[in-house]
Ligand binder design. Structure first.
Ligand code: GLV
Length: 334
């Protein structure tokens, strides 16, 4: 199919930065004011009114929607593409693009922030001060756990995991990692080394048993859904803290709440949720958790850069070309 007229774009939610202006310069661009329901999005994609849709992580682009879609491409405003059935899109000749790279550092920053805030009881301290309950420094006030000298276990060894490792070495931590989607293929010393140190590659069981902090950096897939389940939580140290900046369903959130209540583990720092934006019952009542609203990439410059990349992907796909950042099945480790 050759498009001789200007390409038409659908954007499911306004995005900051230059992306929308780039699309508007190329052709008519519809930016929805309120996020579409699944069926509204499916109807819009099937309408034949758009060449490319610019989606977000909350937009489900499944096989059923793709079967009706009259689109050339889906440009996801995210690096994770678990919201899109990439294999079904490929079967139908619909291209998929994402926004990797630019959000590596800010997401790693959020993982460190969650580690520090959880270990050092930052929110409880903030609450105490704001509520007027701070009566001066006390030797036993809000004692937390150490970060320096402790072991960080990274599940995943992609860009974001390695950026977390770099930071953790700066804090004097010992870093180990395991991978999931490639069967924990053995890494050479060079592949295990980042600025600041060499990480140790271990199996998941060892990582769970040894780590004071378990931080998740794998894409969501059938292999990683509920990777951190009741058994995994039981295998952790009682002083372990779980950090999730990847995707909520990697953790069985009901089991996590139980584990935090019963003391199977000591704390959790979460940026993502299993049924986002809903929380598992009881999660928000726990003092030993720090909960952020999916802020991994949320800096002004990064969200702007993501919109530029998403627009460039969309422009290429609208022109019948592969996007600069193409997502192909099977989805590879981030
Ligand atoms: C955010 O969650 C992303 O995948 O970019």
């Amino acid at each position: 199919m050759q498009t001789l007229s200007a390409p038409r774009f659908l954007v499911t939610r306004a995005v900051p930065g230059p992306g929308i202006a780039l699309l508007e310069a190329a052709g008519p661009t519809t930016v929805l004011e309120t996020p579409p329901s699944y069926s509204e999005l499916s109807d819009l994609c099937a309408s034949g009114g758009f060449e490319v849709v610019l989606t977000q992580a909350a937009d489900r682009i499944d096989e059923e929607l793709l079967a009706r879609a009259a689109l050339r491409g889906v440009s996801n405003y995210a690096v994770g593409c678990d919201n899109i059935d990439v294999a079904a899109a490929a079967r139908r000749g619909i291209r998929v693009g994402n926004t990797p790279g630019v959000l590596t550092d800010p997401t790693a920053d959020i993982a460190l922030l969650l580690m520090l805030a959880t270990a050092r009881r930052c929110l409880e301290g903030d609450q105490l001060v704001r509520s007027g309950g701070f009566a001066g420094v006390k030797p036993d006030l809000l004692l937390g756990s150490d970060v320096s000298g402790r072991t960080l276990g990274l599940v995943g060894w992609g860009r974001i995991a390695r950026a977390v490792a770099r930071r953790a070495f700066g804090f004097g931590m010992r870093v180990c990692f395991t991978t999931v989607h490639d069967g924990n293929r053995s890494r050479s010393p060079e592949e295990r080394t980042v600025a600041g140190g060499e990480a140790i590659q271990v199996g998941l069981d060892t990582l769970l048993a040894d780590s004071h902090f378990v931080s998740l950096h794998v894409p969501l897939s059938p292999q990683t859904r509920h990777l951190i389940d009741r058994n995994a939580l039981a295998a952790m140290r009682p002083d372990a803290i779980v950090i999730n900046t990847a995707r909520g369903p990697i953790v069985d959130e009901v089991a996590l709440v139980d584990g935090l209540r019963t003391g199977a583990i000591a704390g959790a720092g979460l940026d993502v949720y299993e049924l986002e934006p809903a929380l598992a019952p009881g999660l928000a009542d726990l003092a030993n958790v720090v909960l952020l609203p999916h802020l991994g990439s949320a800096t002004r410059s990064v969200r702007g850069e993501m919109s530029r990349l998403a627009a460039l992907n969309a422009l290429a796909m609208a022109a019948g070309k592969p996007p600069p950042h193409e997502v192909l099945p099977p989805v590879v480790v981030r």
